[in-house]
Ligand binder design. Structure first.
Ligand SMILES: [Zn+2]
Ligand SMILES: [Zn+2]
Length: 337
């Protein structure tokens, strides 16, 4: 089967490796769609670590005796190789598992664990079934497209009473707009990127603020009768913007961080105690919420089709990465076949 490897700065190759086989409760999935995430940063630097790609939707093609899925099932491939036995895994919070399985030791392979390839092997409990009326393309958006902000909105109980501020309109932020609109919340987006701002508007953001030419804090007060937003979600990973959304959130409001970053200046008395903010760090969502997220997908098909702006064959991956580097795109997906 084909597999992608990065060999140098902005250089990659498609190599051939054996196809993995099912074992115990691990099933082999033929990858139909592989959404692209932040791997372009590795492509740009040339400093890459395998496996490449952690999001996919596909068809089960081989199972072993303990499998919870069967051959022919259409499934979403959830990220990582968590243990499946600890309290975090059992409660659905597997993304925070501390006992990830040693893939090479369990399978005997050093391949078959990436989604920028034609097949992947995965514990079957991490392969939720795709309902018949949802396409592979749309279903694949429940990994990093819709996933992180869905997790944030579940934790913060976002509903139609809320004005939600979402900063950063990369694919995670765009997914946030779709999740918030699906909950009938009002969305204010912060973005510097014209292409993505336009896309955010098309999928339902009511106001878009560019921090380069607008006083974001002032504009948000103007849009919220001087109070600030009820809920903020940062998907930018920009420490300055992260600080800004803390300021722009109302008293007793909630702030979630989905964009990875380093230090920010947080004032315990002013921000937390006196203002009463609650802060959340969100990487993903609880696996028990997957049915509800698939309902969001079902209600948001047209918006998801807009959010997926570009499609490439696996063989064209360098073209896809070059496009991602321009940031003139929404979610980009690959077809390995
Ligand atoms: Zn675990
Ligand atoms: Zn991702």
């Amino acid at each position: 089967m084909k597999r992608v490897v990065i060999v140098d700065r902005r250089k990659c190759e498609i190599v051939n490796v054996p196809t993995p086989h099912a074992k115990d409760d691990w099933a082999v999935v033929k990858i139909i769609i592989a959404p692209m995430c932040t791997e372009y940063k590795q492509y740009e630097s040339g400093i890459a670590k395998l496996p490449l790609g952690h999001e996919a939707a596909g068809e089960v093609v081989e199972v072993a005796r303990k499998s919870k899925v069967k051959v022919g099932d259409r499934v979403i491939v959830m990220p990582q190789y968590p243990c499946g036995e600890c309290s975090l895994c059992l409660s659905g919070e597997y993304i925070h598992c501390e006992n990830n399985i040693d893939f090479a030791k369990f399978t005997g392979y050093s391949y078959g664990n990436d989604t920028f390839a034609q097949y992947i092997i995965k514990p079957s409990w991490l392969l939720p079934i795709i309902p018949d009326d949802i396409s592979y393309e749309n279903a694949s958006m429940i990994c990093c497209g819709l996933g992180p902000t869905f997790g944030a909105m579940e934790r913060m109980h976002v509903d139609d009473f809320n004005t939600v501020l979402i900063s950063g309109m990369g694919p995670v932020g765009l997914g946030g707009v779709i999740n918030a609109v699906n909950r009938n919340a009002r969305v204010i987006a912060v973005s510097r990127n014209e292409f993505r701002s336009k896309l955010a508007k098309e999928i339902g953001a009511q106001a878009i603020i560019n921090p380069d030419n607008t006083d974001v804090f002032g504009k948000i007060l103007e849009l919220t009768e001087g109070k600030g937003v009820d809920v903020s979600i940062d998907c930018s990973g920009d420490a300055t913007v992260q600080r800004l959304i803390i300021n722009a959130t109302r008293r007793n409001g909630k702030v979630a961080f989905c964009g990875e970053s380093g230090e920010i200046n947080l004032l315990v008395s002013i921000d937390l105690i006196r203002k009463g903010l609650t802060l959340y760090g969100i990487w993903h969502y609880n696996l028990n919420g997957v049915t509800k997220l698939l309902e969001t997908v079902n209600y948001s098909k047209e918006k998801l089709d807009k959010m997926i702006t570009h499609k490439f064959l696996l063989d064209e991956i360098s073209k896809a990465w070059e496009l991602q580097l321009t940031r003139q795109c929404g979610k980009v997906i690959l077809y390995p076949w």
